[in-house]
Design a protein around this ligand. Structure first.
Ligand SMILES: [Zn+2]
Length: 456
């Protein structure tokens, strides 16, 4: 053992921003990365994705992936391009979700020849990514030489999401990845951690709480019934990963228990259709209540009236299906994807409805709709918004401020230091302050690029 057993953490990106999770943990001759995600949002931020990494990719031993959202995996092909040949490790569902998500991202980004992304997002780099990948079950321990042990605990955020625990020299370090808004319709609650010495945690909702989580299902039911009674079309822009499956699961139980009238419901997203297949394949990772439903033989995401429209022609044909009907399509913030075609068609109609079920970032069409804009530009046309606009906020995939504090409270007696990352600066700083004030623990919100030492 060298004398200096301390570890260093560099917050390469994903500090001071929600997205772009990428942290370097090094010490005792080893280098590990936690996540390698895309920075998303403003154009300026997007551009920093293509700056060189602040480390030598060829010297990284292992890349650990907390979950399959693109802001945690999206720059893996770039890491491969820069010479990474180490192992990639995650839970089993995360590996399969990543393969689908990267392929989908490749179709979009490889068109950007100007910035050389056609050389980064190649079939070949995605194949290499998957060939380097190994998996762990939750709680399974991976021993790595020089005295490191790694394991994943269920974060309850999306299927396969894991908090990464590192045991080294008797100390425990936990990277949370994203923390789920438990209880979730499908997933088990975030596992309780009581004994971390160092915690690196997300803070997407560090400064605010969610509203009406308990009413989310009844609100969804009401919106569906109102649309039915108006004989309208209900369009739901949604995220393909987790949110879509949550909505299908809720609708499945409503339809099969005759709580809503029968009508055509279209799942109009090739990405969501493929990801839903992964959810069906790995239903063993669902929570107890959902497993009981599985045990009755019910297919969780398939019910009378549901139609998956994989092909473009099938998608276009939805327009000619008589009302009332429901269309679920991507993307979740209406910044591209099939939903924009539906928005152009249906938003001018007073009897139709658009239902927003997730956060709408500034600069997206979804945000304009959320903010009540009456005239929109969609696919080169001016579109009047006369349809009903409904919002359900309870389906967020992230813990809110109070529940983030509650998560840390379980380890308040043990934890030496909490680093609050993966949030807008005001959100991260607010949460760090709240942890200091409410729990009397040492917490700070590091800047992107900052390096800290963990005494081990
Ligand atoms: Zn996530």
């Amino acid at each position: 053992m060298p004398n200096d057993t301390n570890l260093k953490v560099t917050f390469c990106s994903g500090a001071g921003t929600v997205t772009g999770s990428n942290f370097l943990l090094e010490g005792n001759g080893k280098k590990f990365l936690i996540d390698c995600g895309l920075i998303q949002g403003e154009k300026l931020a997007d551009d920093t994705n293509w700056d060189p990494f602040p480390y030598d990719a060829s010297k990284i031993d292992i890349l650990f992936i907390t979950h399959g959202h693109i802001d945690h995996i999206g720059r893996i092909p770039k890491l491969i391009s820069e010479g990474f040949t180490g192992k990639i490790i995650s839970t089993i569902p995360t590996k399969e979700i990543t393969a689908i998500m990267l392929e989908d991202t490749m179709h979009l980004l490889s068109r950007d020849v100007e910035r050389g992304l056609d050389k980064i997002y190649t079939e070949d780099n995605i194949k290499k990514t998957i060939s380097l990948w190994e998996t762990l079950e939750y709680h399974q321990v991976l021993n790595v030489d020089h005295g490191f042990q790694f394991s994943f605990y269920d974060a309850g955020h999306i299927l396969g999401s894991g908090m990464l625990e590192i045991v080294y020299n008797g100390k425990k370090i936990v990277f949370t990845g994203d923390l789920g808004n438990s209880p979730s319709p499908l997933l088990p609650d975030t596992e309780v951690i009581t004994d971390a010495d160092y915690l690196i945690m997300e803070s997407t909702y560090g400064d605010r709480n969610h509203e009406n989580r308990n009413e989310r299902k009844s609100k969804l039911m009401q919106v569906i019934k109102d649309n039915y009674n108006r004989k309208g079309t209900l369009i739901i822009p949604t995220f393909s990963l987790e949110r879509t499956q949550e909505l299908l699961y809720e609708m499945d139980s409503m339809v099969e228990n005759n709580l809503i009238p029968r009508m055509p419901i279209f799942l109009d997203s090739p990405l969501a259709i493929r990801l839903t297949d992964i959810y069906v394949k790995y239903e063993k990772y669902f929570n107890k209540e959902t497993l009981k439903v599985v045990a009755t033989g019910d297919e969780l995401f398939d019910f009378p009236g549901l139609k998956e429209t994989l092909l473009t022609d099938e998608s276009k044909a939805i327009l000619h299906v008589p009302n009332p009907k429901i269309i679920i399509a991507g993307s979740g913030m209406s910044n591209g994807g099939r939903i924009t075609h539906h928005e152009k068609n249906y938003l001018p109609n007073v009897n139709d409805t658009i239902l927003l079920t997730g956060y709408q970032a500034l600069g997206t069409l979804g945000r304009l709709i959320f903010d009540g804009a009456k005239r929109l530009h969609i696919l080169g046309e001016e579109v009047k918004l006369n349809a009903h606009v409904e919002t359900i906020s309870g389906y967020s995939g992230h813990k809110d401020s109070d529940h983030l504090v509650e998560f840390v409270q379980n380890m308040a007696n043990k934890v030496k230091k909490v680093y609050v990352v993966m949030g807008e600066p005001k959100s991260s700083m607010f949460l760090a302050q709240k942890l200091r004030d409410n729990l009397n623990i040492d917490a700070s919100a590091p800047d992107a690029g900052e390096q800290v030492t963990l005494e081990c």
